[in-house]
Design a protein around this ligand. Sequence first.
Ligand code: GPK
Length: 830
Amino acid sequence: MSDMNRPGSAVGESDHIRTGLSKEQLKQAYIDNLFYLLGRFLEVATPHDSYMAAAYTVRDRMLDRWIKTARTYKASQARTVCYLSAEFLLGPHLAKNLINLGIMEVSREAGAELGLDFEAILEQEEEPGLGNGGLGRLAACYLDSLATLQIPAIGYGIRYEFGIFDQLIEDGWQVEKSDVWLRDGNPWELPRPKLRFPVRFGGHTETFQDDGRVRVRWIPDLVVEGRAYDTPILGYGVSNANLLRLWSAHAPESFDFQAFNTGDYYGAVHAKVEAETISKVLYPNDEPQAGKELRLKQQYFFASCSLQDMIRLQLGAAGTLEGFHEKFVVQLNDTHPAIAVAELMRLLIDEHRMDWEPAWEITRRTFAFTNHTLLPEALETWTVALFGRLLPRLLEIVYEINRRFLDKVRMHFLGDEARIARMSLIDEGHGRRIRMAHLATVGSFAINGVAEMHSELVKSTILKDFHDLWPERFHNVTNGVTPRRFIIVSNPRLARLLTECCGDDGWVRDMDRLRSLEPLADDVGFHEDWRRMKTAAKRDLADWLRRRVGVNVDPETLFDVQVKRIHEYKRQHLNVLHIITLYERLKAEPNRDVAPRTFVFGGKAAPGYLMAKLIIKLINSVAEVINQDPQVNDRLRVVFMPDFNVKNAQHLYPAADLSEQISMAGKEASGTGNMKFAMNGALTIGTLDGANVEIREEVGDENFFLFGHTAEQLQRLQAEGYRPWEICNDRFELRSALDLIASGLFSHGDKELFRPLVENLLYQDPFMVLADYELYLDRQTEVSHAWRDPKHWNRMSILNVARMGKFSSDRSIRDYCERIWRVRPVPAEL
Ligand code: GPK
């Protein structure tokens, strides 16, 4: 080992093997890591060895920044944002960190000189899939922006041993495979075995006298230990690196020796298994239904560990918990961590001997709450029975919060008993349940929705009573996505073009600068560059689909893409009905002039959501028939991309021409895929829902394909008595498309297979697919016409990219900083 490499030698010198950024230093560090951390040398290293060595080489450079950042933050005494989230859907780290460190190109050259296949190394990384979809990916974008904006922040969550399942498609059906992402090791995390906290479950409480006061003691029947695993999150083009701290559950001791010595070996191991189950697996439902005991355990487990950690930091820095809320602000990412409101009260009162009033003052000034859905089935509640059995002390605290809260409500709305029942933290109507959204709202100083329209609906529907009481607490923060991952990493060609046009890469941190593209929207030369870039991305995707999915698609066709979780409200089946109608039109009139399209779908269905799984089967079945029909398959192709995740998604955004954002108006809180597509130059066909509304405002009505009833119109339709089957009577093509599915054409003659889907549409249609069918088809016809005019299409595409600045997650985080968190940047220097 050379001197430089010995532990204890100065870190931070730019010539140091662990910190230097030159090509030679990177090469040397890579070989060194390959040797000392993996016990390998160049000639025998497998692609995975190479990936690991590369990852350690990058991590070394991040650690340096991370430690300096921690020092700087500590000295500044600034307020820290704690983002509590049950999900962080980070996506692969390596490419993203190379970009944020600014060493992508030099690393590529270093790799080439070592004879390494750089792309193959990037490809090695397992997706860290610790999230389901939008909500988890949003948390990851926000971590990126927080670090980039130099805001002191910690992400807190769960280190699931198994993330979101891998999706296989077998015979057209979704098959789930467990995600063993940690099998080959995770080079990005640092275990902190000494950083651990106890978390109690079950048992009972008792009161005792303490200094003349009555206090409560909780005697649990299970204590689990949460251990910290830290991942550094580096900002783009800055030295700040923030912390993502994930908790893993363990038994405090691996054996209960008492039981062991009396011969009960299995009993002795049982507690260990029970404890470790808590962080075993991510629940695979986006928009989850409440009810599972293990899920509540997970929520309490990570909320408690995270708060205990903040208290440790606060006591370490200030020696007192007074002013805790000035040092920390805790953002609750939906209701999943809402139990933290009661847990902070417990910690302050029971463990740190505070009185109720000062403890409540701290608590309600600490938390802020983001709501991500209005779907009634997704609003979390827990039965009092389960909650009380698992968390007896927390139930007492929830009751006390509720008692005091309802007294206030009573005073404010004299005699309005109905309102009191509606606002109570306990729903007395459905077998006594705790309403987690109410707990989060009562315990927070700020509540926000995730797009303008959604925030308005939060105020006028699910939290209306609370808005009547505390209008000043309600805000909107429209979601955003990070251009680092969704432009630079995913679409390097576009990134280069944008940097050329803007004169420098300042747009990466200030996406509003892309407005300077607008004058180029009519520039013939620029159109040529734009077309070349898009075609290259589409060729890449076509290659990838051929290799990975085994289908051939023509890059000259219009790429029409819908990727997102499969859910009836997102209406993938509306898209399918359009495809079937096009198919029937072509069959009836083979020479009909239609713009050739490739339809791409992707997305996972919750394993227990049968209708969503049937929709996947339908897409694959329609694909099978159409792709094999020589009469149409030069003009229509349908592809289902299996295992849609961050890693695979990166191949799609750059290649899409049309982005399908066709949810039932009023149901999609925001959507974020809509942003990723538009900022890569896809045009949107979409309803007035979620952030679509604001995207259309920004890019201009004339550059957006709007269709469908508004949320209000749909509500009125429903109130008047919605009869979907009647719509079919006067819409011949719709009737015919449904009949074709029912006929067995797509199911080898089986008339039963899709019956539940067809009948659901005809007789219930809860997401009003049929009501929007005709408007959708008309708009799609216009899309086809627009596609025929490449000059016009490119113009629209360029203007979309130029005007998407608002949807950078940097803007979202700035909004949070100003409107809610009241925090400022703390730059770290190397
Ligand atoms: C909302 F409530 C939830 C949830 O549990 N999971 C989830 O991914 C999504 N969401 C919304 O459905 C999207 O509209 C939204 O863009 C995303 O959260 C982020 O806010």
